[in-house]
Design a protein around this ligand. Structure first.
Ligand SMILES: [Ca+2]
Length: 271
């Protein structure tokens, strides 16, 4: 797993890319204006290693421009140099979804995204033993064809990850699947339990209430604990500081014991 040093090396590389002369043309508006680079710099700290790798792989703005010229749906008009900041941001969010999607090798040109899901995997408690007396757990999230995973925590049944994973959500989405595995050097990794997360309470509530930046802090929805889901307790969908958030505690199924805590953030694309 890549450590802090790797991550800062990648960021340095990405910053270097953004400073090359070709990248000084704003990719979202065709203007000789580095706003695109500014937006990237501001959000850089929130990017996972995967996304930074991917951004480096596509080679910065010149190539990025070609990607969304090719995949831009007809109803998503490209911002002009005099577009508002809001129009610009919407477009950049869409482009980030494309980038994330290409990281996970889904079919960009055929999928219409409705938003980005940030999932902070906080930690696990009382997880199952899969080695002699402990486990080396990591979490895998699966949404359709996309997968994202945390790093491995060695020899812990109460791991703390506090890692944020990003997934793009297509128009036709199913439940988000969470699995915990024990990493093994010499054999196949063992399942330590799984759970499904219904994304509808959050996404439907956000759609019903509209732009969260215009709402005060409040509860807008709720996913109720039942015999048919993995919730440890009811989970509220909140608007807090202009963002749609939901905290969840899940009891793992198909295992002896274990719970995992998450915090999700929903960023609708509103296109
Ligand atoms: Ca192991």
């Amino acid at each position: 797993m890549s450590g802090r040093h790797d991550a800062s090396a990648k960021m340095a590389k990405l910053k270097e890319l953004l400073h090359r002369s070709e990248n000084r043309i704003c990719a979202d508006c065709s203007a000789p204006d580095p706003k695109w680079a500014q937006v990237l710099s501001v959000t850089l700290d929130q990017w996972s290693d995967n996304e930074i790798d991917n951004m480096i792989e596509v080679g910065g703005n010149s190539h990025a421009n070609a990607i969304y010229e090719a995949f831009l749906p007809q109803n998503h008009s490209k911002p002009h140099p005099d577009s508002t900041q809001e129009e610009r941001e919407k477009f950049i969010r869409y482009f980030l979804a494309l980038l994330i999607c290409s990281t996970f090798k889904c079919k960009v040109g055929m999928v219409e995204f409705i938003g980005i899901l940030n999932v902070k995997v906080k930690g696990g408690t009382n997880l199952a033993i899969r080695d002699m007396s402990s486990s080396d757990p990591y979490v895998v999230l699966t949404l359709g064809q996309q997968k994202a995973q945390t790093s491995v925590i060695k020899a812990s049944l109460n791991p703390v990850w506090n890692e944020e994973l990003k997934l793009s959500v297509p128009q036709q989405y199913g439940p988000l699947k969470l699995q915990v595995f024990d990493h093994d050097m010499l054999s196949k990794d063992d399942l330590m339990g799984e759970a499904e997360i219904d994304l509808q309470p959050m996404i439907n509530a956000a759609a019903a209430f509209g732009d969260p930046e215009l709402l005060g802090d409040r509860q807008i929805g709720r996913w109720l604990k039942s015999g048919d889901n993995a919730l440890v307790r009811d989970s509220a969908v909140l608007v807090a500081g202009g963002e749609v958030r939901q905290e969840l505690a899940l009891k793992l199924l198909f295992t002896e014991s274990g719970e995992v805590e998450l915090e999700m953030q929903w960023i609708p694309l509103n296109m």
